[in-house]
Design a protein around this ligand. Structure first.
Ligand SMILES: *Cc1c(COP(=O)(O)O)cnc(C)c1O
Ligand SMILES: [Zn+2]
Length: 411
């Protein structure tokens, strides 16, 4: 790490808990000394390290060895032939962060970085504004690190996401409003309480954690950048950091310069970024979210502008899917590959299907789908849409009668 640097004017700031430029309010981003990193970060060195996101630690913003979330990352990259066939594409891969450690979403990556850095900067209390998964991850990782945690969520979240924060003993505050209101309140609280808000004053460090997903995909593909990557978008941060990750590996000579496209996926009920992209605009119009994909329900996406730029620069597309299509996407991934993803994953699968059908992702190419969360946390979204178990008495005769009836119905 060299400094924090404004994305707009390039002014540099010391590596403290701060996130906006004083001159133009541009977001700050971590800058690195790549010449120095190049010397220690060889493929052989990386491959000799433990299988976690921290095997790329030179490219992650901590000064010393990480102290929180040492097991996070290096989730499976699965070649999904049955899904590919169904989507109508030559080759598809699933990057499965639904099984990330410890809280079953990609957010463990960003939190592991943010909390490690928070400890380095001397904080004893961490906090976040969350659409659910971030709250789960902050609560769990803070518990394991002995930090106090305050997590702020919209009060209408799925039960699974709420219980998954409470169980760790975090202070869970439900705000009667949507995420954008939660976020605005948290910006005020962050200014007053002197806590490490992982996605407010710690955002420059936090956001860098997402790059590890890109590094892993490249390494797991045999040091190759995929032709197409489909990424779900809430604030748009993950999408921009996946591109930054690919660019860094190219810059460090760890993979070849090739053509690649980063595509963005949203729910139709909260699609400010995909609507702007489809209209050819480089700015978005804020919306009021109304979708079952609550983890993606950010109506005023902080990195929307930069996400639009990344899609434009990489020749990527964006699209969005309805609640029905989200459920279909979840079922498709489950039925073809045995992977149960949350609503955000249904968005990714549904949008990938649309982009392949329309030729925006050519059928002869290869695509990586980013599956970012676990279906066990959003049972409410599919309960009542996946059928019901057949109930019979514990009797062979009843079972045979049931089978006979099923056969008749199948004819
Ligand atoms: C937070 C989240 C995302 C995307 O987050 P960004 O704000 O765009 O970085 C994607 N999927 C899941 C499941 C999430 O929780
Ligand atoms: Zn600036």
């Amino acid at each position: 790490m060299k400094a924090l640097k404004c994305r707009e004017c390039g002014r540099e700031y010391p590596l403290t808990a701060t996130h906006v430029c004083e001159f133009d309010f541009g977001p700050l981003e971590v800058a690195y000394d790549y010449d120095r990193i190049k010397r220690s970060m060889t493929k052989a060195a990386i491959q000799s390290r433990p299988q976690s996101m921290w095997r790329y630690r030179e490219l992650l913003p901590v000064a010393n060895d990480p102290t929180v979330g040492l097991q996070v990352g290096f989730t499976p990259l699965i070649k999904t032939d049955r899904l590919a066939k169904n989507l109508g594409i030559r080759e598809a891969w699933v990057k499965n962060d639904a099984v990330n450690y410890p809280t079953l979403s990609f957010k463990d990556r960003v939190v592991s970085v943010a909390l490690s850095r928070s400890k380095e900067l001397g904080f004893d209390t961490v906090a976040c504004a969350s659409t659910g998964n971030l709250a789960n991850s902050v609560a769990a990782n803070a518990a394991s690190a002995g930090l106090k945690a305050y997590v702020f969520i919209p009060s209408d979240l799925e039960q699974g996401k709420i219980v998954n924060s409470l169980i760790y003993g975090a202070h869970v505050i439900g705000i009667k409003g949507h995420y954008d209101e939660v976020n605005r309140l948290c910006a005020e609280i962050a200014g007053k309480f002197g806590w490490a808000f992982v996605n407010v004053n710690m955002r420059p460090y936090y956001a860098e954690g997402s790059k590890s997903l890109a590094y892993e995909v490249v390494e797991q593909l045999g040091w190759r950048v995929p032709q197409h990557t489909v990424v779900p978008m809430a604030s748009g941060s993950l999408l921009t950091k996946i591109q930054k990750g690919y660019q860094e590996l190219i810059k460090l000579g760890l993979t070849h310069e090739t053509e690649y496209h980063v595509h963005g996926a949203q729910a139709t009920g909260c699609s400010p970024i995909s609507v702007a992209h489809k209209a050819g605009l480089d700015f978005f119009k804020p919306v009021k979210p109304d979708t079952i994909a609550k983890s993606l329900a950010i109506g005023t996406p902080a990195d929307g502008f930069y996400a639009l730029r990344v899609m434009k620069e990489t020749g990527g597309a964006a699209d969005d899917v309805t609640d029905g299509e989200i459920r279909e996407g979840m079922s498709l991934l489950a039925e073809t590959e045995g992977i149960f993803t949350e609503t955000a994953g249904g968005v990714t699968v549904g949008v990938a299907k649309k982009l392949i059908a329309s030729g925006k992702i050519p059928a002869n190419d290869s695509v990586v789908l980013c599956i970012t969360g676990n279906g066990l946390k959003t049972l409410d979204a599919v309960n009542g849409h996946v059928g019901k178990p057949r109930e019979i008495k514990p009797s062979l005769r009843e079972f045979e009668a049931m089978m006979a009836q099923e056969e008749k119905m199948a004819v």
